[in-house]
Design a binder for this molecule. Structure first.
Ligand code: NAG
Ligand code: NAG
Ligand code: NAG
Ligand code: NAG
Ligand code: NAG
Ligand code: NAG
Ligand code: NAG
Ligand code: NAG
Ligand code: NAG
Ligand code: NAG
Length: 884
């Protein structure tokens, strides 16, 4: 490869440079500066005309002893680019060089190994690319090497084992591949080893890592580790943080691990395929010598034993296949804050001694087989804010104090076997979400729930609750209130009827109210009046006032004058088309029947038929309340002004404090993803090209022609909708502007930790860029060329990720032909290969190598102009594939 040839060349150049110069330290620094591009002029103090002594220049530290020599250079976060010149190594006392968070775009600067005193080299978060050369061993004096968050690829060379002075080795967030060599036993001073977030690694964990008895942090999360956790790990006597989460590890936890956990603060092996039971008695006995705890409720004597797990704060083993009894000692550790073990097959109990866990904040043990009562001790843990234990076998009555923690926010005990009444809950004033669905609770809904000021989600469905729905609940801003399938009766408070889907009330034959099967008219006259008020409200809101014409091009805005308090809370709406619909209509028609799909990360889509017969698609987003109503409107207007034949139209929106409804035009053919996933439909190549070009044009418009510049940020075939003529339109674009950046990112992340539509760099930059969109487009184009869904494996030997799958295939002879969709006629091969080439460029790992969308459009159009079947009739474009 070009790269491996280039490295020795750089080396020899820099040697000649050193030989030809012998200069003062300020000259050396100026010479270093001359090869660096300093666009922000942060190095302005570095100047031979300045009166400032070079030891006082930005980023420089000199030794304080004897002569003034430069020992440290800290130039992090200065937007520097250009070349890292080896001239810096002429500073004979330089021990510390930090160039982190800059824009250096080059291979690993091997020539810095000439810096004979260098102990710390920090190049984190630059654009370093290429492989780690074998000559890395020349950095023998290094104690700290941080190459994290770059684009370093290829294998980790065995010569890394020669860096015997290393204390910190960080290769996290790169593109390393292959196996990790077993060469660490001589790197015995190592304190931190970070190989996290290298998704292309494919390696077992080298067992000699267990010999690193000084190691404090082992960070291997989100990489490609498989196989078992080596038994040798019991040798990691100093370990403080162990993170092996999100790999592909199998097998059991080493049974003797417990003895090595003396210093452990964080243990995370979540999201692997680990099995078996936890070592018997792990963390079971505390060194709290015969601590006797006097509370009102219990007296405990805890036996004196080994000092195991006493420092443990975070224990995360969720999403594995663990079984057997959950280690009971964990529940009463003095420093434990977080216990996550959901989605395993643990049995066991939560003991009353949980009351000793005075720091406990979060418990998530959903979807296991715990069987016990909910212990009284739980209510004594005053730091607990989340307790989620759904889908287990908890039985008996809820203890009266179960919600006594003053910070408690989330309780999920749904799908258990709890019985008895729901206790009064008065102390947990921070409670946001309470789910007790699917138990056998009886009695009435406690009216005191209405006094919990921030309660937002309340799910009491599928129990045996009786009595009426407390009127006070109307005062809460409930986003979800599900009491379906109980034995409730009486009149439903009005705002609960109008604000929420009817399905949340069903299965309670005794309930009545307007819109329900029993309208209450036979009951008290008060209800009747209230019903009429709602009706009047709805009627008023049907009238529209025509707003001002904003754009001569036909961009109308129809503002309704009903922004007032109705029975159902305050709604604000803005229509960009004359839609004859009210919020009330919208909300009432959003139920399971009108919902399409299971809903993406951002919320469900409902197809709603307007009174006029028109269909619209309504997307319901959670309003995180980050933006004021005014700001929100301004943002939606920006999106609604997007007018391009390949972008979906936003017809209007309305929002309340809890929800935002975006009303989009409805397209009958559904999403590209649906078409690709159906084996009975084979889109002709001409149609696929039309879709590809349309999508590319839509993106090019957002990136280049629209002001302000927008990024789609969520492009995938599911967000490419098709009209009757297979003209694509992009939906779900730029939702970050509506939700705010933080909420947008956490929502995306909640959908899936890893999506193959996301560019590799997005994993750590999280930045919206054109190149990130271009990458996603490349993935969609690969789907069109191969006929495969991007994230679906057809058999066990295929990778989940279409980009990896294609790249692996095309490396072999005739590989490119093998990835083309076999259902398309050979006469289209040339065009398909052309499109494949564009897709590969768009999905390049290096963002700067991806072409801008404008170029992509041109490239695709030039292919399309010599399309293989020019006289294509659209109606014949749907060819049902022949059963062979
Ligand atoms: C300062 O540096 C500039 C460019 O490196 C050089 O042209 C100039 O002669 C230097 N001035 C002095 C006083 O050394
Ligand atoms: C650097 O600046 C400090 C404070 O301004 C001053 O005391 C010190 O003497 C300067 N160092 C040199 C080497 O000029
Ligand atoms: C670096 O550049 C980015 C983008 O141009 C800018 O947001 C940031 O503030 C710059 N940082 C510094 C230290 O100038
Ligand atoms: C390298 O620099 C980055 C940015 O300042 C910092 O976060 C990181 O901790 C440094 N690495 C080491 C090993 O100190
Ligand atoms: C470790 O060091 C010993 C003694 O210097 C040497 O014999 C051995 O080959 C080294 N092991 C590795 C894996 O480098
Ligand atoms: C995990 O390993 C199994 C076989 O050991 C393999 O089939 C599977 O694809 C791997 N999963 C990932 C995400 O690498
Ligand atoms: C706990 O022990 C204390 C002192 O030994 C005693 O006064 C108290 O009654 C005991 N409480 C219970 C519930 O046994
Ligand atoms: C429960 O956990 C099992 C694995 O133990 C998993 O297969 C299943 O999907 C989980 N169920 C839910 C509802 O998450
Ligand atoms: C409660 O748990 C159930 C089952 O695991 C889950 O489906 C539901 O979404 C959870 N509810 C909340 C509000 O987290
Ligand atoms: C609900 O209560 C009725 C009457 O007490 C009882 O017959 C029924 O079994 C209960 N159902 C459940 C699911 O507990």
């Amino acid at each position: 490869m070009a790269l491996t040839r280039k490295v020795p060349l750089l080396l020899s150049l820099s040697f000649t440079f050193i030989l030809s110069s012998a200069s003062t330290e300020s000259d050396i620094l100026l010479s270093f500066k001359s090869s660096v591009e300093d666009t922000k002029n942060t190095l302005s103090s570095w100047s031979n005309t300045s009166s400032i002594h070079y030891c006082n220049w930005t980023g420089i530290t000199c030794s304080t002893t004897s002569s003034l020599t430069v020992t440290s250079l800290n130039l992090q976060s200065m937007n520097l680019s250009g070349e890292i010149s080896s001239s810096i190594c002429e500073l004979s006392s330089l021990t510390y060089l930090n160039l982190a968070d800059n824009l250096f775009n080059q291979p690993m600067p091997l020539h810095l190994s000439q810096c004979s005193s260098l102990e710390t080299l920090n190049l984190s978060n630059n654009l370093i690319w290429g492989t780690i050369p074998d000559q890395i061993s020349q950095f023998g004096s290094l104690k700290v090497l941080d190459l994290s968050r770059n684009h370093v690829e290829g294998r980790i060379p065995e010569s890394i084992g020669a860096l015997v002075n290393l204390q910190v080795l960080n290769f996290g967030s790169n593109l390393l591949s292959g196996t990790v060599p077993s060469v660490f036993q001589n790197v015995s001073e190592l304190l931190v080893l970070d190989l996290s977030q290298n998704p292309y690694l494919l390696s077992v964990i080298p067992s000699d890592i267990g010999k690193l008895d000084k190691l404090e942090q082992l960070l291997f999360q989100s990489s490609g580790f498989h196989g078992e956790i080596p038994d040798s790990f019991t040798g990691l006597q100093s370990l403080v943080t162990l993170d092996l989460s999100q790999n592909n590890l199998t097998g059991w936890i080493p049974q003797t691990l417990g003895s090595s956990l003396k210093n452990l603060v964080s243990f995370d092996v979540s999201q692997n395929r680990l099995l078996g039971s936890f070592p018997n008695g792990i963390c079971n006995s505390k060194g709290l010598a015969s601590l006797t705890l006097h509370t009102n409720l219990f007296n405990y004597s805890i036996p004196n034993s080994i000092n195991e797990c006493l420092n443990l704060e975070r224990f995360q083993i969720q999403n594995n296949g663990f079984s057997g009894d959950f280690p009971i000692g964990l529940w009463s550790l003095p420093k434990i804050k977080l216990i996550r073990a959901e989605n395993n097959r643990f049995s066991g109990e939560i003991p009353d001694s949980i009351s000793i866990a005075a720091q406990l904040e979060q418990v998530q043990i959903d979807n296991n087989s715990f069987t016990s009562k909910i212990p009284q001790g739980l209510g004594l843990v005053k730091s607990l804010y989340r307790f989620s234990a759904s889908l287990n076998g908890f039985y008996g009555e809820l203890p009266p104090n179960f919600c006594d923690s003053p910070v408690m926010s989330i309780i999920n005990l749904s799908h258990n076997s709890l019985s008895g009444q729901i206790p009064e809950m008065k102390k947990c004033r921070k409670l946001v979400s309470l789910s007790l669905a699917d138990n056998s609770l009886n009695g009435e809904i406690p009216p005191s729930l209405a006094d919990l000021p921030v309660l937002t989600y309340l799910d009491l469905s599928n129990n045996n609750l009786t009595g009426s729905i407390p009127q006070g609940l109307q005062n809460l801003k409930l986003a979800l209130f599900n009491v379906s399938y109980n034995r409730l009766s009486g009149e439903v408070p009005l705002s609960l009827i109008s604000g929420l889907p009817a399905s949340y009330l069903q299965g309670n034959p005794g309930l009545c109210g307007p819109g329900l099967p029993d309208s209450c008219t036979d009951h008290k006259p008060r209800n009747h009046n209230a019903g009429l008020t709602t009706l009047a409200c709805a009627l008023i809101s049907i009238s529209f006032a025509f707003g001002t014409v904003i754009l001569a091009a036909g961009f109308f805005m129809f503002r309704r004058y009903n922004m007032r308090k109705c029975e159902m809370g305050i709604w604000h709406s803005l229509f960009f088309y004359p839609l004859r619909v009210t919020e009330h209509d919208l909300i009432m028609s959003m139920d399971e029947k009108s919902a399409v799909g299971s809903g993406g990360a951002f919320g469900r889509v409902f197809i709603i038929s307007l009174p006029s017969g028109e269909l619209v698609a309504v997307k319901k987003l959670v309003n995180f309340g980050i933006q004021s109503s005014k700001a929100l409107k301004a943002e939606v207007k920006i999106l609604a002004k997007v007018r391009n034949k390949n972008m979906i139209k936003i017809l209007g929106f309305c929002h309340s404090d809890e929800s935002i409804f975006l009303i989009y035009e409805f397209l009958e053919k559904g999403s590209l993803d649906d078409l690709i996933s159906r084996s009975d439909i084979n889109l002709h190549w001409g149609v696929r090209m039309r879709i590809a070009i349309g999508v590319a044009q839509g993106l090019a418009y957002l990136h280049k022609d629209y002001a302000p510049q927008l990024f789609h940020r969520n492009l995938k075939s599911r967000n490419v909708l098709l009209d009757a003529d297979y003209e694509p339109k992009l939906t779900d674009f730029a939702l970050d502007r509506i939700l705010g950046e933080a909420a947008f990112q956490s929502t995306i992340a909640s959908e899936s930790a890893y999506s193959c539509y996301n560019a590799p760099e997005y994993g750590y930059t999280k930045k919206a860029t054109e190149q990130v969109d271009v990458y996603s487009f490349g993935v969609v184009l690969l789907e069109l060329v191969t006929g495969r869904q991007a994230e679906k494996a057809e058999s066990a030997d295929q990778s989940l990720d279409i980009v990896k799958w294609v790249r692996r295939k095309i490396n072999i002879t005739n590989g490119a032909l093998q990835v083309l969709d076999p259902r398309i006629s050979n006469s289209c091969q040339q065009e398909m290969l052309g499109a494949l080439d564009v897709a590969l460029r768009c999905t390049s790992v290096m963002p700067e190598k991806r072409p801008p969308m404008v170029e992509v459009v041109k490239a695709l159009q030039s292919l399309g102009s010599r399309t293989c079947l020019p006289n294509l009739e659209l109606s014949s474009s749907l060819q049902h594939s022949d059963p062979m």
